[in-house]
Design a protein around this ligand. Sequence first.
Ligand SMILES: [Zn+2]
Length: 908
Amino acid sequence: MLTDPLESSLMRKPIALLLIGLAATASHAENKVDIFTTPGKLPKDIVPRSYQIYLEPNIEALVTDGFESIEIEVLKPTDHIVLNAVDTEIVAAKIAISNHKEELTPQFDSNQQTVSFESHNILEPGLYTLSFKFQSRIGEQPHGLFIQHYDSNGTLEHLLATDMEPGDARRVFPCWDEPVFRAIFQLSVKAKKENTVVSNMPVFVEVSFGADEKIVIFEKTPPMASYLALLACGKLEWLEDEVAGVKLRIMTTTGKKEFGRYALEATKKLLEYYNDYFSVPYPLPKLDQLAFPSGFGSAMENWGGITYNEDALLFDPVTSSEATRQKIFSVIAHEIAHQWFGDLVTMAWWNDLWLNEGFASWMERKAADHFNPEWKVWLHAAIQKERAMAFDARKITHPIQQPVADEDQAKSAFDVITYQKACFFLRMLENFLGEEAFRSGIRAYLAAHQYANTTTEDFWESLELVTGKPIKKIVSGWTEQPGFPLIKVTTQCLGGNRIISLEQIPFVLADRDNRPTQWTVPVGVRSTANPSEVKYALLEKLSNNFDFPGCAGAIQANAGNIGFFRVLYEPALFNDLQNNVEKLPESDRLSLVTDTWALVESGNTAVSLYFDLLENLRRDDSFAVWQSALGEQETTGALKLIDRLEEGRAGRETYQQYICSLFNPKLQKLGWDEKSGEDIETHRFRAMLIETLGFFGDRVVIDESFKRFEKFRDDASSLAPNLRSPVTVIVGRYSSRTVYDELLSMAEKARIVEERRTYLRALSAALDPELAHRTLEYLMSDHVMPGDACRALEDLATEGEHPAIVWEFATAHLNEMEQRFGLFRRNRLLSSIAAGFMDAPQADALIAFARSYLAPVALREFEDSADLIRFRAKLKVKTLPAIDEWIKMKGDGAPSKAEAKSVDRHSR
Ligand SMILES: [Zn+2]
């Protein structure tokens, strides 16, 4: 509750008078969804039509004083007005009824996060004005309006910004804070003259207030969901431009605007591309994109004013790597796609969140691929598909469309299924319907529902209208059911033609209940005899036979890796494919590798076959193929995970030597230095090879890294931006106390977030437990911003191999962790730290801990982590002896054992 008395002097001036009579800037759209059947907690008999909100943030007292006037429409007679408010006080509430005003008394319900008013009169259907003064709180976490402290050339500065999704607008001003209640917002804000204030719309008028203050009044927004409202305020500078009549700004804190150049260029391209693709032009007069030092999850698509963490928007041509450039383009492409998918058309309730996040994730890649074919965007996105499939094959999974009871559950819905499975489902659907038809469907959907809310049904309807096909019947199994199929393939040659038999069963890892589930699956088939020709089979039953012309070559049954399923080939066919693997395109080699590993995990295939396959790929120099085999932070792929499973076992050293024998010849071939004329893939491949060999203990690579790091320390230009991260992290992993101190001081001096995070990752990679303790202390200090610290703590548990140290600290300092990271982020962090464990008893301890100390809402993520730990513990028993045996059989045959001497695992 508030401690400051409400009769603060700041509450006196009803500035809202200034607001009356401004012209509306957008047409009023009617929701086609039935508001009365839309889920949510608020009664639907009253809806807001427009808000006028005046805010006076006070950063000393950390409160906002405000005045609000809401035009509401009563749809069904009632005397009961309910809206959302949290940690807010309200006085002088009134409702205007015909020509008199009735005073109202607020009743707060902190559990429901609502405030309600009883009127003495029954409010008949019609328009009314509700008004009140209020005082809300400013927090330190990104929930509602929050303050961010940062260092600007030795001076401590502050920024204010909002972060509202899913249900935190109610922390800033009382409102109908559920997405179906679209309304017009007009914000006015009092601020210091030296500050720039940004909101969704352009400034309507700025009025001087005393010597050093001003009141900024913004234009009205079109009708929109409350979670998209934006207020940001601080000392900002910017680059600006204009495209298709839309004013663009990339806004940063002092001294950083030049790093926004790349983002500005990317935005210009993307906005025009989307205008054309969606055939509905970007609907607002301006688009601001703000880079803050840290504090946001990553980025937030507020309509007309997107907020980012610096590392997702700012690019320094001198120090930033190719990976960063690609990430920035993708994040911008994602957030700008949301300006249509999410902002212009909004899901009615959080159960259809995939309509926002799945679409933005798919569109992000489509756009990135369109402008940068050399990045091989979809090929590399396979890693994200693997993450989604790994999750979707376990008991913990859920359908893309899932019931969501409230905002707490909505927060958990922002997961790999909603983003990535939905993205790859859309890709499969686009491929099935054809690019043109799919785009027409999207255009029809956006045109029909602009400025309104939708459900998944509306999307099916638009596609059906355009294609004339029963789309819902064909594909809704993918959004309404959890999981995905395993396609079993057998073939037979008859009279010179092939008969391909496809059979589907749900693909499951561990012990998910095996309900009878089936999907309609478009399966792209090709033969290595003519890989450019792909035939599609639509598997609509549990099994079916298909004709395929000719019997030459080996059959591959997920052409382009577009399908969201796994493939199990009969043994002879798998053998055939292995022997012809080099004839397959990169995407199909990659899916063969990832599928085979998944089949090892599910118990369908012997682990020796996986390693046989890698041997067949020894001469393969595809960055994407090897990146997928290595996996990503042990959540996908085999090779990094096996290394973690081997931890503490005798077999680990031999295993690491074997991995080095695979990768070392590739680095030798490429050399350490970037050559002119090399493509981007080669640059990134080299960086990955160096980092991998360093992590797996290749002494030559480690020594070279230390040498290059010493040079880099004296002359930063000596090390190519793409090599900075691998070299620094290897040095961090094996660092002595002296080198560690140097890394620490470099972290302190880092100019932009990307650089700082590289050093933090290096500090977190240290194997020496004493250094791990020092890193932990540092990350919990004021020297590191909470967002950066959060990531680095995860790295310390996983890459640094110190889950026990971090877990012990975090659980002993629950309050401190909550204060620093916020409750929600703290719980997520705890469960992801715990996911670094590999033994079953740790899973039990984890659940016991969560039950004793955390609220029930946090339990789902802990159950997920515990489930993952138990699964790995079983995998350990099942696969490690066979892996050790397989490597032993290879024995001295491993070609570069001499080059791959493992270093002593202690620090240098
Ligand atoms: Zn998004």
